[in-house]
Ligand binder design. Structure first.
Ligand code: FMN
Length: 197
């Protein structure tokens, strides 16, 4: 089964991602994907001050880095959930990314963003970061605009996904695109591994 990690990219108290994650997880599971939430709150890290992980690979200098690395290694693909902070990516998300490298390589990543322009600016920036990580950032994305954010924040039942109804088709397209890339690249990685041995 294709293993997809949904990464909660913000950690602040009262974050909107709490509303988004259950919806994304449920829909991806309904699509037949093996999904898991990876909450960056569970992987607290200092500001990055090590040698580049693109050089050190899995020779982790710190157990905290190793824990995150081992977790990311389990995935065939990722969905990053992110708010937009000053037209860019949340520092906590970029810091986690900077602590790792090989665990992301040759895997696809899709984005679900929110904010004044549906997280469009942060998602475009993260796509550039993903290319440097040797990933395949996919075309399909979900952009959550204020007209959905407001009622979603007000809703009391976190399992009531009706507020996300206008975005269901986009999430379906994301799931389909990600499943294709994750399966295809998993086969490619396996073939490359076999050639190396
Ligand atoms: C430090 C900070 C900067 C922000 N800058 C932007 C921004 O540039 N563009 C935007 O659309 N929203 C911005 N916002 C509003 C966020 O999109 C909104 O608070 C969102 O819920 C943040 O995601 P989170 O709740 O998961 O932390 C900012 C919020 C914070 C806390």
């Amino acid at each position: 089964m294709t293993r997809i990690q949904v990464i909660m990219g913000t950690t602040r108290t009262g974050r909107f991602g709490e509303r988004v994650a259950p919806w994304v997880l449920q829909r991806l599971a309904e699509h037949g994907l093996d999904v898991e939430l990876v909450d960056l709150r569970d992987y607290p890290l200092p500001f990055f001050d090590q040698k580049p992980p693109s050089v050190t690979g899995r020779n982790y200098p710190m157990e905290d880095m190793a824990r995150l690395g081992r977790k990311l290694d389990e995935a065939d693909g990722f969905v990053i959930l992110t708010g937009e902070y000053n037209h860019g990516y949340p520092a906590v998300l970029k810091n986690a990314i900077d602590h790792t490298f090989v665990e992301w390589q040759r895997k696809p990543v899709a984005f679900v963003g929110w904010g004044g322009v549906g997280g469009a600016r942060v998602i475009e920036q993260l796509r550039l970061v993903a290319v440097e990580l040797d990933m395949a950032p996919i075309r399909q994305a979900v952009h959550i605009l204020p007209e959905v954010i407001r009622p979603a924040f007000r809703a009391h039942d976190p399992t009531d996904f009706s507020v996300f109804e206008p975005l269901e088709a986009r999430l379906t397209a994301l799931a389909e695109g990600l499943a294709w890339w994750a399966t295809t690249l998993a086969a490619g990685r396996a073939a490359a591994d076999q050639k190396d041995h």
